[in-house]
Design a protein around this ligand. Structure first.
Ligand SMILES: [Zn+2]
Length: 77
């Protein structure tokens, strides 16, 4: 499986419906909304990897596995 943020190698983990969970050695563990994954694919968008990793690090102060929803996505413009 590939990481949805950096496209590196990541482990895919079973999780609740509507979400994709990945454990990436570079980005760590996170959940991503399948809606967001589909929009990204359809529109050919890519994440701003360093800024998403920073966002994940910040979120981990509150939760162990951050959930990334469409309004959290930081994209390369
Ligand atoms: Zn990654």
């Amino acid at each position: 499986m590939t990481c949805l943020i950096c496209a590196g190698h990541a482990e895919s983990v079973e999780c609740v419906a509507g979400w994709e969970e990945r454990h990436c050695s570079q980005c760590g563990s996170y959940r991503m909304s399948q809606t967001l994954v589909l929009v990204m694919m359809e529109e050919g968008q890519i994440f701003d990897t360093p800024r998403m990793r920073e966002w994940l690090t910040t979120r981990r102060g509150c939760v162990s596995i951050p959930s990334i929803e469409p309004h959290h996505a930081i994209l390369v413009t």
